[in-house]
Design a protein around this ligand. Structure first.
Ligand code: NAG
Ligand code: NAG
Ligand code: NAG
Ligand code: NAG
Length: 348
């Protein structure tokens, strides 16, 4: 640009070297004008070309006018989050391919929870307590926090949003505990989706509380019959389809050919979902979340779920990073932190 500016600036002078001073003045004005226009044009073109490649967070409206945030990374990956439930409904890789499952019959209408994506299960998993199934965090409108209490590290080259949930007076009637739940959702440079939860007991009456928790990840798969879940081999699990009776997994790799609803206990930090047909592996790296739920309702159970299409079970598997086996106990002032990082890679 500087080179062009110099070129345009000098060119008229060389041409009018022998002209009158008035001519040369006009020419200088003319050249200055051309230079300026060129400068403006080139700046606009460069700005327009750079614009879509900048990482960004957009605040927009989603289905039924619900507030939605869109995170974009420079190579093209995106994440969509509804403030309703702090619910991630979409995670796309650099090529625009969707990695999460969203029900064909998902209902975007509070207080119904959205079926698919990543519901936040807090403070109660399933019916393991007095609350309605899966607690209430997924049924509340969260707020955006613009200056969150500092997390130890800011994500390098990541684009993120900080969301906050505090109980309302109505919530305190059903679950009498004050808390601050901060959720950071980060889209990494390479398209990783990182979710970090910090839950603080802010009870003022010296009361401790306990809760169970899950990132209820619904992954999109090409054919459930050809999916393998790695990392759970030979572990103990509670079978939700059999009164949570405890069993030991006999297989090394989990494949799914019928209804499955299990809480695997004390699982490794890394799990993987292999989709042979798509030649894609999605990994879950988790911290502070010892358990992992594997769920697919299969054909019969699907018929009892109103917001799930009859064939949807074929293209989804839920693998949930969770803390269920031992409830998390928090004393007043204490904060619990847990995170998961989802990454997708092409496999062979
Ligand atoms: C944070 O910023 C967003 C967008 O500017 C705004 O809508 C929201 O109300 C802000 N949140 C708080 C808690 O100030
Ligand atoms: C969790 O809290 C409930 C309600 O206060 C209590 O009944 C239960 O015993 C607690 N569980 C644990 C593991 O502390
Ligand atoms: C899914 O995979 C199973 C087992 O390989 C196969 O029988 C079935 O036809 C596949 N379904 C589709 C829709 O491709
Ligand atoms: C589960 O427990 C209930 C109540 O104890 C019992 O009625 C039911 O038969 C049990 N179901 C299975 C599948 O074991």
């Amino acid at each position: 640009m500087i080179f062009l500016y110099g070129f345009v600036n000098n060119w008229p002078h060389s041409k009018v070297a022998g002209g009158s001073s008035q001519d040369s003045l006009i020419c200088i004005c003319f050249s200055a004008m051309i230079s300026y226009l060129l400068y403006v044009t080139i700046s606009i073109v460069l700005w327009m070309q750079l614009q879509p490649t900048l990482a960004s967070v957009e605040i927009t409206k989603g289905i039924n006018g619900l507030d939605k945030l869109v995170l974009r990374q420079i190579h093209g990956s995106t994440v969509e989050v509804y403030l309703y439930g702090a619910h991630v409904t979409s995670w796309k890789n650099d090529h625009g391919k969707e990695l999460l499952f969203l029900s064909s019959k998902a209902i975007f209408s509070p207080p119904t929870a959205i079926r698919g994506g990543i519901p936040i299960i807090f403070p109660q998993f399933s019916n393991l307590g007095p609350l309605r199934s899966h607690g209430f965090a997924r049924n509340r409108v969260w707020t955006m926090e613009n200056n969150s209490h500092p997390l130890q590290s800011k994500p390098i080259n990541g684009v993120f949003v900080d969301l906050l949930l505090k109980p309302t007076e109505d919530d305190l009637n059903i679950w009498p505990n004050r808390f601050e739940y901060r959720l950071r959702i980060t889209l990494g440079l390479k398209g990783d989706l990182i979710m970090t939860s910090r839950i603080k007991n802010t009870n003022t009456d010296k009361k401790q509380f306990n809760f169970t928790f899950a990132y209820h990840n619904y992954f999109r798969v090409s054919n459930i019959s050809e999916v393998r879940v790695e990392g759970l081999g030979k572990l103990d699990y509670l079978d939700n389809t059999q009164n949570r009776t405890r069993f030991t997994e006999t297989r090394d790799v989990i494949t799914i050919n019928s209804e499955i609803d299990r809480i695997y206990l004390s699982t490794p930090k890394k799990l993987a979902i292999l989709d042979h047909k798509k030649k894609q592996t999605v990994s879950i790296q988790k911290h502070g979340l010892p358990d992992a739920v594997v769920w697919n309702p299969w054909e019969e159970r699907s018929k009892t779920i109103v917001d799930l299409g009859p064939d949807d079970y074929k293209s989804m598997v839920a693998v949930e990073a969770s803390a269920i086996g031992k409830p998390v106990i928090l004393n007043p002032g204490q904060e619990w932190k847990a995170s998961q990082k989802l990454s997708a890679v092409t496999s062979h």
